[in-house]
Design a protein around this ligand. Structure first.
Ligand code: SF4
Length: 221
């Protein structure tokens, strides 16, 4: 098995069979409208930051530019790297922007929810800390979650030991996933852990004979 990512690990943890549909059976994963929108926003921002292409200058880019400027990162393509892969032998993660301001490293992740949560989402915090760990960030470096659709709204966290703990969690899940790959020929052989939320948003629902709805019907009989 290749390097594991944060989203891959979370998918395995939610339901190993869901993970197996994607990574063993390699079924295409249909995108939800929210994911399509997220991709659009990321592409607009990325295009502008990499090329300075003004055609890409819509509101998402305008807001993203403001956010970077308020963090002290001003010039596209010069003061920061865009879309950087961070990785070692086992874990990898894609970061939207990495910049340096004075002695600080700044790691930025764009979010495209309509409204930011009241407090930083614990999953996002873990993800950013993991990226901080992979980027070998130090205490005092900034991890920033940004909402380009919300003008200047962003949340900041600082690097802590959480990144190392998150890294270890991913290594544990990677080991379990490797065992699944060794022992199962297809997703149908893999243990399913249905749940109302997990199954409702599962892109492979129509392939699965162990979904939450089926499980509920069986329990009623
Ligand atoms: S439908 Fe539910 S049980 Fe089946 S793979 Fe998806 S999440 Fe797992």
């Amino acid at each position: 098995m290749d390097k594991i990512s944060f989203s891959q690990a979370n998918m395995f943890q939610e339901c190993p069979r869901k993970w197996a549909y994607k990574y063993i059976d390699q079924l295409p994963e249909p995108k939800s409208p929210a994911q399509e929108h997220g991709t659009h926003v990321h592409e607009r921002i990325e295009d502008y930051l990499k090329t300075g292409n003004m055609l890409a200058l819509d509101k998402f880019v305008y807001y993203a530019k403001n956010i970077l400027a308020s963090l002290g990162l001003k010039k596209y393509g010069k003061d920061y790297q865009v879309e950087e892969w961070l990785q070692d032998d086992q874990v990898r993660g894609k970061v939207d922007v990495i910049g340096h301001y004075a002695d600080q490293k700044i790691i930025v992740d764009w979010k495209t929810k309509k409204k930011p949560a009241k407090f930083m989402n614990p999953k996002t915090i873990s993800q950013l800390h993991l990226y901080g760990c992979l980027a070998d960030a130090k205490d005092g470096d900034l991890l920033v979650e940004c909402y380009p659709e919300q003008a200047k709204t962003y949340e900041i966290a600082y690097v802590s030991d959480m990144g190392k703990r998150e890294y270890d969690r991913l290594i544990g899940i990677k080991f379990n996933a490797e065992m699944v790959v060794l022992n199962c020929d297809s997703a149908d052989d893999v243990k399913a852990t249905p749940g109302e939320f997990e199954c409702t948003f599962c892109p492979f629902l129509k392939h699965c004979d162990s979904s939450y709805e089926i499980m509920k019907k069986q329990l009623k009989r």
